[in-house]
Ligand binder design. Structure first.
Ligand code: SAH
Length: 506
């Protein structure tokens, strides 16, 4: 049998965006992914759905798997012909025992490739706003293990040379031994006033930074119960954080915000919140699916040339509509004689991506805004197509009907309640770790209440700030017994993000 290849991949320090392009490609190639505690679990989403995922976690010093067991696992899988991705935190060759794994693979005649990663020292320093080297401040940097037992008779670390030999010192695994590290450095000539920063879970939304000096950092860390995993940065460069800090001072940093939209729609809103520094937790309360039968929509599409207007009130409607259009072998030209209204700029952008520029976007981005625009026009006898969700409000068809228009409102997609809610997200609610929950439509709130049951719904959301995208969603929240704290003036995701930012910063 042909032997498989092993890819030793640096996953980066935590932010899933910090893996390399090659690293991601190799994860996607793998039959087996063996991953560590420090590698962000979200990177596993790049694996094939049928890939075998094996956790080789190591927490602190307690090894779930001994290194030799990991080595033999890699060898065994590769000998069985599997392509293996070995995903390690940071960089495989910086305190990652990647070299040992290579030696084991070599001994078994297995080919391997190494994909470097952003090591924690580099990543955490960057996200703490501490340049590891800086002109006129320091010209060198050293990476050192802080794991060595302080009582070790003969240290492998030459403290005498190290203490003053390099401008910036970055210790990995050093939190337990912090007091002896600091004492050793001072004993061997480093000034006690030398600034020190501890960075825990660097590059992640839960990043914590503690600053001090060689003289007081150990006491401060103890007082704050500062724990691993953290790196310790020693040197004058630490002072630059005051000026250069950028990540952990963003307006929503440290806030856990829940997004309840459907999984395929959560991304855009999540990105906006994350850009403001929030830790985003997805709790999809909606699943969008095609209608039971395509007949209604297909008939309308075939008659598209007989309509004067088509109204789209969501990106979803655009997506599902165009999916059917394509299935029928048609494209944007089918709209040649029909004008198009988009409820807001996002829906208009979704149309534009499909080659259509909306003729009308109301000033007020909701159904009532659409009605207002049409009531200023002569609609008597006009044929209007309104592809809609199964549970949409009938504000638009009812109003157009009153204006004398002939409305066809086929169901383009259905909002259904997903089978289950993600455990991790529910746990965050149980443990009161969520700062804010966002509802971007009435059905997100209705569905969550239906899935949890009224008592549990109110219990889990007690004390959580509630943000609703607009007055209708807010009214639904209130009917369900919630107090609404945040309501943007305009009903867009960016206005909602801005409203959340201003709420938490006032
Ligand atoms: N190969 C890894 C290091 C593994 S040793 C790398 O290149 O980053 C484990 C140590 O790395 C931890 O004890 C801690 O000191 C450091 N570390 C890993 N991820 C970290 C993070 N996100 N923030 C701070 N330190 C981290």
């Amino acid at each position: 049998m042909k032997k498989g290849t092993v890819y030793l991949i640096g996953a980066g320090p935590g932010d899933p965006g910090l893996i390399t392009v090659r690293g991601r490609e190799c994860i996607a190639l793998a039959d087996v992914v063996v991953y560590d505690y420090l590698a962000n679990g979200r990177l596993l989403q790049n694996a094939r759905p049928d890939a075998e995922l094996i956790y080789a976690g190591k927490i602190g010093g307690a090894h779930n798997h001994e290194q030799w067991q990991i080595n033999s696992l890699l060898v065994e899988k590769a000998l069985a012909g599997k392509t293996v991705a070995r995903l390690k935190g940071g960089d495989p060759f910086i305190f990652g025992r990647g070299g040992e794994e290579c030696e084991a693979l070599l001994a078994a005649g297995i080919s391997f490739e190494i994909v470097p990663g952003v090591t924690a020292g580099v990543g955490a320093a960057a996200y703490a706003g501490i340049p590891l080297t800086h002109r006129h401040v320091t010209t060198s940097v050293a990476f050192i293990t802080g794991h060595e037992h302080p009582d070790k008779d003969i240290s492998e670390i030459d403290w005498e040379k190290l203490s003053t030999g390099s401008g910036t010192l970055v210790f990995y695994m050093g939190i337990k031994n912090l007091a002896s590290i600091a004492a050793n450095l001072v004993k061997h000539g480093r000034q006690p006033e030398t600034p020190v920063a501890l960075v825990r879970w660097g590059t992640r939304p839960e990043q914590q930074v503690l600053e001090g000096t060689l003289a007081d950092i150990a006491a401060k860390a103890q007082k704050a119960a500062f724990k691993a995993p953290a790196i310790t940065i020693v040197g004058e460069v630490v002072r630059l954080r005051d000026k250069i800090r950028w990540f952990d001072n963003r307006p929503l940093f440290g806030k856990r915000i829940m997004v309840t939209r459907s999984a395929d729609q959560a991304g855009e809103f999540g990105d906006l919140l994350a850009a403001a520094g929030a830790d985003v937790i997805e709790l999809p309360t909606i699943r969008l699916v095609a209608p039971d039968s395509d007949a209604q929509l297909d008939n309308a599409i075939r008659e598209l040339s007989s309509f004067q207007w088509t109204i789209f009130t969501s990106i979803n409607a655009v997506q599902f509509f165009f999916a059917r259009l394509a299935c029928l072998g048609l494209d944007a030209r089918a709209f040649a004689s029909c004008r198009i209204c988009a409820v807001g700029p996002k829906t208009a952008a979704a149309l534009e991506a499909r080659g259509i520029i909306a003729d009308l976007v109301p000033a007020d981005y909701k159904a009532e805004g659409v009605v207002k625009e049409f009531s200023a026009m002569e609609m008597n006898g006009s044929r209007v197509l309104f592809p809609r969700a199964d549970r949409a409000r009938d504000v638009i068809p009812a109003a157009l009907d009153k204006m004398g228009a002939i409305v066809a409102a086929p169901i383009a997609y259905r909002n259904i309640i997903p089978e289950a809610l993600p455990e991790e997200a529910l746990q965050a609610l149980e443990e009161k770790r969520v700062d804010c929950i966002t509802f971007t439509s009435s059905s997100t709130a209705d569905n969550l209440a239906a899935m949890l049951g009224e008592n549990r719904f109110l219990h889990l959301l007690q004390g959580v700030t509630v943000a609703a995208i607009g007055p209708i969603t807010a009214a639904t929240c209130r009917e369900l017994g919630l107090q609404v704290h945040i309501e943007p003036e305009k009903y867009t995701l960016s206005d909602m993000t801005a409203a959340i930012v201003s709420y938490f910063n006032n």
